[in-house]
Design a protein around this ligand. Structure first.
Ligand code: 0O2
Length: 216
């Protein structure tokens, strides 16, 4: 019989998860500070709200298995970049780019990877800006550079992604119905993108908030 201790019950794993949690707090504090600064300087809150999560043990194991990796803390450290995740829901598209740009420019963190599904939406209509940062977490043992996946999106993109996620993972609909709804969702993504662009332009005229169009 297999007498090995499952990875999630080892003290290494517990220590590792604590570091991911620390990294998640480091980044979310930085985002809150930026949001507060915008409020003071421009009387505008770029961030509508944030969500944070640590990947559950079962999703970590599921992802390692899908990638054909051994269930060890080393594989987690070397191959999973989304154990710590923050979703930043912004009011407007300009906010997505300005907040991500200011965060990416901070000298104590590194940008490991950028996937811009806003400029290049996925086939199904999914839009969001995904950035993986490495942030130092200081423990008694020194600095541990830890990845955090941040998904920046607008309220409209989040609204869309929630329904699409539910359709994909939570529904038992027959294939034909699924295909029909997926097509409708693609149309919705385009409509939302239009509405968003029009509202963004009104907002720019009223507010004169800084423009940020560059990928971090
Ligand atoms: P959960 O439960 O949200 O964590 P990688 O990490 O590079 O191996 P991948 O797929 O290349 O994996 O990463 P990518 O493209 O950056 O997307 C990762 C996350 O983005 C997903 O996490 C979702 O949260 C979100 N996402 C990506 N595509 C879609 C989409 O089409 N629809 C919706 N609703 N969300 C999407 P997980 O791991 O799937 O799940």
């Amino acid at each position: 019989s297999d007498r090995r201790i499952p990875v999630e019950q080892t003290s290494d794993f517990i220590d590792l998860m604590q570091i991911y949690e620390g990294a998640m707090y480091e980044i979310s504090t930085k985002l809150e500070i930026l949001d507060d600064e915008f409020q003071v300087r421009f009387s505008h809150d770029p961030i509508h709200h944030m969500e944070r999560r640590l990947k559950s043990v079962s999703s970590i194991i599921g992802k390692l298995e899908r990638k054909g990796l051994p269930l060890t803390t080393e594989s987690i450290k070397d191959h999973l970049f989304d154990v710590a995740g923050i979703r930043v829901i912004c009011n407007y598209r300009d906010d997505v780019y300005s907040v991500s740009r200011y965060l990416s420019a901070q000298s104590d963190i590194q940008v490991l990877r950028v996937k811009d599904y806003i400029r290049n939406p996925k086939q199904n209509g999914y839009r969001s800006l995904h950035v993986i940062y490495a942030v130092p977490v200081f423990l008694s043992t020194g600095a541990h550079y830890t990845p955090v996946e941040v998904q920046f999106r607008t309220i409209a993109m989040d609204y869309w992604a929630s329904l699409e996620h539910a359709l994909r993972y939570k529904s038992n609909l027959p294939d034909a119905k699924l295909a029909e709804h997926s097509q409708t969702l693609l149309d919705c993504a385009r409509s939302l993108q239009n509405v968003e662009a029009q509202m963004q332009s009104i907002h720019r005229d009223i507010n004169g908030a800084p423009r940020g169009d560059e990928t971090p």
